[in-house]
Design a protein. Structure first.
Length: 140
C-alpha cells in the first residue's frame, strides 16, 4: 500500500495510524483551529466569523466550515428561510477540542508575551445561544 497505513479493523489512514497525524489532517492548517476557537467563544454565523481580527477570506472560511462539517466537528442549521442562512455549532466531537485550545492558549500566554485571549461574544448578540468555554485558561 502506498502512502497510507491500515489499522487492524480495516480502517485505512491517509499517512499513518498516528493519532496526532490524523488529528492534524482535520484541524492542522492555518485557519481551522481559529474557526473552532470562534465557535467555542460563541460565534455561530458567517458574518461573526468574518469579523474576527485574523481577517479570514470568505472562500477559505466557507471551505473550512464545510471541512469541519464533513469531519463531524460542526453541524449546520438553518436560522433564516428567505434567503436561506445557516449557523454553525460544535458537535460533541468538536467540543472535545476545547482542552486542546485551552492548552494552546496557556502555552501562548506563557511563551508569546503580549498576547491577548479573546472573550466569549456578547450573549445578547447571540439571541440567547450559549457561549463557549468558561475555562479561565481560554477566556482570560
Amino acid at each position: 500500500m502506498t502512502g497510507g497505513a491500515e489499522a487492524g479493523d480495516g480502517i485505512i489512514f491517509k499517512r499513518s495510524s498516528c493519532p496526532i497525524t490524523n488529528g492534524l489532517n482535520i484541524f492542522g492548517d492555518k485557519w481551522t483551529l481559529l474557526v473552532i476557537r470562534d465557535l467555542v467563544l460563541g460565534k455561530r454565523r458567517y458574518a461573526d466569523f468574518i469579523s474576527s481580527p485574523e481577517n479570514i477570506a470568505s472562500n477559505i472560511l466557507a471551505d473550512r466550515l464545510k471541512k469541519l462539517e464533513t469531519a463531524g466537528l460542526v453541524c449546520r442549521r438553518i436560522y433564516q428561510q428567505k434567503p436561506v442562512r445557516y449557523e454553525y455549532v460544535l458537535t460533541e466531537k468538536g467540543n472535545d477540542l476545547k482542552p486542546v485550545l485551552e492548552a494552546i492558549s496557556r502555552w501562548g500566554k506563557k511563551h508569546c508575551p503580549g498576547t491577548d485571549v479573546f472573550r466569549p461574544v456578547d450573549p445578547p448578540a447571540l439571541a440567547g445561544l450559549k457561549t463557549g468555554s468558561t475555562n479561565s485558561d481560554f477566556n482570560d
